[in-house]
Ligand binder design. Structure first.
Ligand code: CA
Length: 275
């Protein structure tokens, strides 16, 4: 048994009311996997160039499937757009970048990922240990079999790849069956992505990025304090340096995934989906 198992079992039993036998069995069935540590240690966001990253996400198939996704889910996307102020192309682009519109939701058992990272990935062990506890709570609340649920190597789940704490906090039932199911209900996924962005600062009719050049960046950043939350961005694209200012809604996308590449890819894809 891993030396950290005992304390985790105690916490789940004493603070969250789980049966000791259940927790012990689940943790004994979970497998620690080196591949999970290896994957999280070299994410594309930090080791790839922007050109490589961009070409992975902004390509014909993802664009055409995104347009099809909008066509097939237009009514629910418009409902979410009206309610949360997040354009249908942005909701679609996030689901497209995360899982190719729900097709690739991840092949790791979430219990394995969270146990591995919560116990044996010191840099972010506290974070993943908390997610592991949230995962126990989530599966209890939603009556899911904790050993069956699959997701990414980092424990992200469903169409929009929500981690457990986000699932519990921001998932909404958008098809009216009384249950927020981000694995099987595209309606729930659409509502939940929009809700997540709205809660994290998305502004209705707001801007995502401005094109800029180095001189403009300096001008914008000079004395105006109100603008200090904006992010200056430089991307090397096809051998050229391109300058942007990330506005409120760019920042909101980075709350979904902290990478600037990620937010920019979502933005680019959303623009393609409008064409
Ligand atoms: Ca539902």
């Amino acid at each position: 048994m891993h030396p950290k198992t005992e304390a985790l079992i105690d916490e789940l039993v004493n603070e969250h009311g789980f049966e000791r036998d259940y927790v012990s069995e689940v943790l004994a069935s979970a497998e620690r996997k080196q591949k999970i540590i290896d994957s999280i240690s070299k994410p594309a966001e930090f080791t790839w160039t922007w050109d490589r990253y961009r070409k992975l996400f902004i390509e014909d198939k993802r664009i055409s499937n995104g347009k099809l996704f909008i066509k097939n889910n237009l009514q629910i996307l418009e409902k979410a757009e009206n309610e949360f102020g997040v354009p249908k192309e942005i909701i679609t682009a996030i689901i497209g970048v995360e899982t190719r519109y729900g097709k690739i939701q991840g092949s790791y058992r979430v219990i394995d990922s969270l146990l591995t990272l919560g116990f044996d990935y010191p840099r972010r062990a506290n974070f993943f240990r908390k997610e592991l506890i949230s995962f126990f709570l989530l599966t209890r609340e939603n009556e899911l079999n904790i050993l069956d649920i699959k997701g990414s190597y980092a424990g992200a789940m469903g169409y929009g790849q929500f981690i457990s704490s986000s699932y519990r906090a921001y998932a909404v039932d958008y098809d009216g069956d009384g249950n927020a199911d981000l694995f099987n209900s595209v309606e729930d996924a659409i509502g939940s992505v929009a809700n997540y962005l709205a809660v994290h600062g998305w502004k209705r009719e707001g801007e995502i990025i401005y094109n800029s050049d180095p001189n403009n960046v300096r001008k914008i950043f000079k004395p105006n304090k109100e603008l200090s939350k904006f992010i200056p961005l430089m991307f090397e694209e096809d051998g050229k340096e391109k300058y942007f200012i990330g506005d409120d809604n760019f920042i909101a996308i980075t709350k979904y995934n902290v990478s600037h590449f990620y937010a920019m890819a979502v933005y680019y894809l959303s623009e393609e989906l409008k064409k």
